[in-house]
Ligand binder design. Sequence first.
Ligand code: NDP
Length: 258
Amino acid sequence: MAELQGKGINPGLAVIIVGDDPASRVYVNNKKKACAEIGIYSEEHALPAETTEAELISLIHTLNGRKEISGILCQLPLPKHICEENVLLAIDPKKDVDAFHPVNVGKIMIGDYDFLPCTPAGVMELIKESGIDPAGKECVVVGRSNIVGKPQAMLLLHAHGTVTICHSRTKNLSEVTRRADILVAAVGKANFITSDMVKDGAVVIDVGMNRNSEGKLCGDVDFENVKDKCAAITPVPGGVGPMTIAMLMKNTVRAALL
Ligand code: NDP
């Protein structure tokens, strides 16, 4: 960071949180902490739940125009009276460090992008750093959200995987997941992926962040029963979550260079 600052490049992240959702509060705090740890300037805009869409968009326009802010992140979900799409559209695509703006989504589709969405990018980094090459492998992504599942599938495709996307209407899900050399679970249900759904020697990436019946943080994969049959598996907590934050830091630095 000092090297960048020496060249007059000063990344700055504005994090917006609307309302008092406890999970969002934890995520925002973790993001601010990561900025502080690596010396990125950050500022938080904590707005009350009653904030109107117009007020929120007006704040985003102000942040779009501020030089010292290179990245803008609006923590989701937003209160129901605010249209998420309108809010994401208001963020300058060059400051869109979550890569949720349609311009950035389109660029990812083409494979020529400024930013990658943080969670799928973090998954790809984990795969790469573990020496795993998706090229030619059966990659199965369970979940098709705009934030995780769809971009994850696209990134695996760019890495030359043979990709299948599953969702709530997929028939014979276990048969599909058992084909996977690389299985990414992004469902949002604790212990959803059980041992019988995983092929021996598969690589299993658990994106899920859920609370189990005891209120403990857990993923989508039944870790204890799956871990012995796969070649590699990510834990929750401590797997994809920290990578998501690392990718946010990377995007914020990148935004300062655009
Ligand atoms: P969404 O709720 O938006 O999407 C869940 C997906 O799972 C949907 O596509 C849904 O299908 C699919 N699904 C639900 N039930 C089934 C089923 N029975 N069989 C097959 N597919 C099913 O969640 P997100 O993508 O936003 O998040 C997924 C998980 O990842 C959550 O636990 C979230 O907390 C976590 N997360 C973690 C992050 C991290 O940094 N580690 C970052 C972002 C999310 P359909 O489309 O048909 O409804």
